[in-house]
Design a protein around this ligand. Structure first.
Ligand code: GDP
Ligand code: IMO
Ligand code: MG
Length: 430
């Protein structure tokens, strides 16, 4: 039986999922996003060009491959069509190979106002949301108030839209959030809403599908499917560093619920992680380097958010967190990203355990923000040289080999591939 392979992030997002999905796409027939929404920013670089995708699967640059936005994803049509415009500029024709689930929920302009209102109300405890309306849109989905892509074709869409918007505006009023000067992607609310409604009209011309039937049929027809995750395991609403998380499940299980495929049909799970750690937004980060080394990682890794441009917080690789993510996802193979960012370090540290209240543990505590967590580090020699991908995996610097062996030993999994730069070609397969 053909199985669905999964690529997902093992840290706090931005591991490089977009790049790897693009690199893997030639091996598959269908690429499907299963959760999250435009809070994601997946970067793909090739032939001197750079694209950042928010909603569209990262297989879209291969016109002969089908790309599906699954039912677990939430869609802002305005953002979707901005992405489509950048693809059109590059002479791609996503209308030919992009399919969208009718069951995917819509993010309304007023969800974005609500996101801002909730964040403002949280004050210092704010999540650092991307303000794309993710929390409020998933809230409406689970509260059974949501509007789905399939609903845009129905005669009562407009009245349902207005009713839901008005309920949001009442809440916004309750939160005393004054949005008169608040800009959504540079536009005042009314203008954003107008552009959003135009995008809804354009969405009607796309191929809207029952993605659960479609994908299961693909599998029956022996087509190969790659499921693309968004965010990362430590942002999972159930198992991440709650409440500093996103509002969806980001783990392998979400590929089943977000695409409508059974767990029996999951094949290889590829876990992606950076050779160090980053986090954007608020919340605990035990191995964070609030110092010159952290600044150096940010500079050489160009660690600025793909969606918001915010500087990302940087720190050392955290093995207890990595092993937790491997456990939750049933990872079979690891892919290590951004090894080039560590090229010029004399020493590299890896957190192998946490010291909590005088006791060593390799488990993540209930509250990762517990002030008494001190990471226990293992020090390794840096390779202090450039990784030359043209020479292949066997020729990488020996200290980098040691780093890989060290990670393989503590995780018990093989590192199948390493990435040494943002371009498609900067990839070393073992
Ligand atoms: P995603 O959200 O997981 O797809 O990751 P992002 O695209 O948000 O962030 C990854 C960033 O690192 C992007 O700017 C990529 O172009 C870049 N990148 C990916 N792989 C590498 C790598 O191996 N080395 C370097 N230096 N940059 C990389
Ligand atoms: P990709 O797919 C990194 C973070 C936000 C914030 C928290 C909640 O590119 O890896 P939300 O907008 O969901 O309400 O934000 O989650 N966050 C991400 N961080 N990469 C992402 O996606 C993220 N999506 C959300 O910064 O801390
Ligand atoms: Mg990203």
């Amino acid at each position: 039986m053909m199985k669905v392979d999964v690529i997902l992030g093992l840290q706090w997002g931005d591991e490089g999922k977009g790049k790897i999905v693009d690199v893997f796409t030639p091996r598959y027939d269908v690429i499907a996003r299963f959760q999250g929404g435009p809070n994601a920013g997946h970067t793909i670089k090739f032939e001197g060009k750079k694209f950042i995708l928010h909603t569209i699967p990262s297989g879209i640059f291969h016109p002969e491959k089908e790309n599906i936005i699954g039912s677990g994803v939430i869609i802002d049509p305005y953002i979707l069509f901005k992405e489509i415009a950048t693809l059109h500029e590059a002479r791609l024709k996503p209308e030919r190979n992009l399919l969208i689930s009718r069951r995917a929920h819509l993010i309304l302009p007023s969800h974005r106002l609500l996101d801002a209102a909730y964040e403002e109300a949280k004050g210092d405890a704010r999540i650092g949301s991307t303000l794309k309306g993710i929390g409020p849109a998933y809230t409406d989905k689970y509260a059974r108030n949501g509007i789905r892509v399939g609903n845009i074709l129905e005669p009562d869409f407009n009245s349902n839209y207005i009713a839901l918007k008005n309920s949001h505006l009442a809440l916004i009023h309750h939160y005393q959030f004054d949005y008169t000067d608040y800009l959504i992607d540079g536009l005042p609310f009314d203008e954003y809403e107008e552009a959003w409604l135009d995008a809804v009209e354009r969405l009607k011309e796309y191929t809207l599908i029952d993605s659960e039937y479609y994908l299961n049929q693909c599998i029956d027809d022996r087509k190969s499917v790659l499921a693309e995750g968004a965010q990362g395991t430590l942002l999972d609403v159930d198992f991440g560093s709650y409440p500093y998380v996103t509002s969806s499940n980001t783990i392998t299980a979400a590929a089943c619920s977000g695409l409508g495929i059974s767990p029996h049909r999951i094949g290889t799970v590829y876990g992606i992680f950076k050779a160090y750690c980053t986090r954007v937004g608020g919340g605990p980060f035990p191995t964070e380097l609030d110092n010159a080394i952290g600044d150096q990682l940010r500079e050489s890794g160009q660690e600025f958010g793909s969606t918001t441009g915010r500087p990302r917080r940087c720190g050392w690789l955290d093995i207890p967190a990595l092993n937790y993510a491997i456990m939750l996802n049933g990872v079979n193979k690891l892919i290590m990203m951004k090894v080039d960012v560590l090229n010029h370090l004399e020493t590299i540290q890896v957190c192998t355990e946490y010291m909590i209240d005088g006791t060593k543990t390799d488990r993540l505590p209930f509250d990762l923000g517990d002030k008494s967590i001190t990471p226990v580090y293992n020090r390794l020699h840096g390779w202090n040289s450039i990784v030359d991908e043209s020479k292949g995996f066997e020729e990488i610097p020996s200290n980098l080999k040691d780093y890989i062996v060290c990670i393989e030993k503590v995780t018990g999994l093989p590192i199948e591939m390493i990435s040494s730069g943002p371009d498609r070609t900067q990839t070393l397969f073992r």
